[in-house]
Design a protein around this ligand. Structure first.
Ligand code: AMP
Ligand code: GLY
Length: 423
């Protein structure tokens, strides 16, 4: 089969490597991919948001199956357009992608169907939002309605910070139209758990749980980033929590989406917080997480292509989705200065992939002589699998030590919180 994967980051590299293991996979195209994926996929310079370009390419190349990984093309209707052109595709429709693309949609869905989440109010005027925060409990969580590269959430400790966040989003439009409406919600406390799940709209099969490390610096300090590293499984996701999530969150969510006339097909990401009142939804994403995918897919024992086809075809109930009992750790190596300003263009020395160690390439490109150069904030996701979390962490950091590029920076404590919890 000829397969197309839309996207260019570490997540897409992990998806491509997993698809490659399928005996049915002949050629995999990455649109646009990156220089570090060239061994695993044919990279084609068509941007992930160029929906017309993607559809034209897929039709011309007679692509048998397409996987749309990032949120932007999904929210723009890439899957609707590909399917309309006769290309079977993995991912939610534009209508179903609203579960991530509009926080207001997601919050209203949860309220209507009794799915546990933080209490919230929605505002489309800055004046009304500012009036409300005067009496709202602190910290207050201020969220832009639309997509904002994971940066549209401000946890305001003071009234002044809350007012500033409202001004920035609604008046100064720092996230463009994404901030035309804001959600102001109650601050929740507890460990966070990411759960990615395959769903065909009727059946839902969760993958192994994981834990992201969103802050830039050790000890969860510094700015929020797209994610500085992950481990799987997440020890806070106990059997009891998993059962509650299935009953109170996962099944009600897919039933709600079907009820609303936009059944969700694809990978649904549940960003959860295990509060003292039970698990609650912090956010939904309409796609695989990055860098969660880099620890989840290496533990997948079943065939990813078969699962994706079953998800798309509505036959997930009959399709096994099995994970190994081991653990995985992904350490993101970033450019110094990320998530703000950083330099690019430094040569990268990779650690060769071996059994249980894989480097997923995110922000890199090929230089004129075929060498790999840094080209983004998050550059590499160095990932190891092992029988235990402790060994996976040790293996991942040993590989990180051997991986080099100028100005590299990474967190040294990925997985430590989870290890402590395990003990
Ligand atoms: P989001 O983009 O919605 O995932 O939010 C980014 C991060 O902000 C989350 O991973 C949480 O750490 C934090 N966050 C979001 N909503 C809340 C909330 N209601 N209470 C506490 N922390 C939150
Ligand atoms: N790692 C968080 C996300 O993919 O949104």
């Amino acid at each position: 089969m000829k397969i197309l994967v839309v996207g260019s980051g570490g997540r897409e590299h992990a998806i491509i490597k997993a698809l490659k293991k399928s005996s049915d996979a002949e050629t995999i195209y990455a649109l646009p991919g990156n220089g570090g994926m060239a061994k695993d996929a044919v990279c084609v310079p068509i941007g992930a948001k160029d929906i017309d370009g993607i559809v034209k390419f897929a039709v011309e190349k007679k692509i048998d199956f397409a996987v749309v990984a990032p949120d932007d093309p999904l929210a723009l209707g890439a899957v609707d357009a590909l399917e309309a052109a006769g290309v079977p595709s993995f991912g939610p429709t534009k209508a179903a992608a609203r579960i991530e693309a509009s926080k207001v949609f997601a919050k209203e869905l949860m309220q209507k169907y009794g799915i546990p989440t933080a209490k919230c109010r929605v505002f489309d005027s800055a004046a009304a939002a500012k009036e409300y925060v005067k009496t709202a409990p602190l910290p207050a969580v201020v969220k832009a309605d639309g997509l904002a590269l994971g940066k549209g959430v401000i946890i305001a400790q003071t009234l002044a910070e809350a007012e500033q966040a409202i001004s920035d989003m609604m008046e100064n439009k720092v996230f463009g139209e994404s901030g035309s409406r804001v959600v102001i919600e109650e601050f929740l406390e507890g460990p966070e758990v990411s759960v990615l799940a395959f769903t065909d709209g009727k059946t839902i099969k969760p993958m192994v749980s994981s834990m992201d490390h969103k802050r830039a610096l050790d000890g969860d300090r510094g700015l929020n980033t797209g994610g500085m590293g992950t481990i799987a499984p997440n020890p806070y996701y106990t059997k009891d929590v998993a059962e509650r999530c299935m009953k109170e969150i996962f099944l009600p969510t897919i039933r709600a989406m079907a009820q609303e006339g936009c059944p969700f097909k694809g990978c649904l990401y549940f960003g959860l917080m295990v509060t003292k009142d039970g698990p609650k939804v912090i956010e939904y994403n309409c796609r695989f997480g990055d860098p969660e995918t880099q620890v989840v897919l290496p533990l997948l024992k079943s065939d990813l292509l078969t699962i994706m086809q079953a998800t798309r075809n509505g036959t997930l109930a009959d399709c096994p989705v099995e994970f190994s009992d081991g653990a995985a750790c992904c350490v993101v190596m970033a450019s110094n200065g990320y998530p703000q300003h950083y330099e690019k263009g430094f040569p990268i020395t990779l650690t060769p992939d071996t059994d249980g160690i894989t480097t997923y390439v995110a922000g890199a490109k090929s230089g004129d002589n075929g060498e790999l150069l840094t080209n983004g904030g998050r550059v590499l996701g160095v990932t190891a699998t092992a029988d235990s979390l402790k060994d996976a962490i040790a293996k991942a950091y040993a590989a990180v030590e051997k991986t080099r590029f100028e100005n590299a920076f990474y967190r040294r404590d990925i997985g430590q919180k989870a290890l402590k919890m395990e003990r």
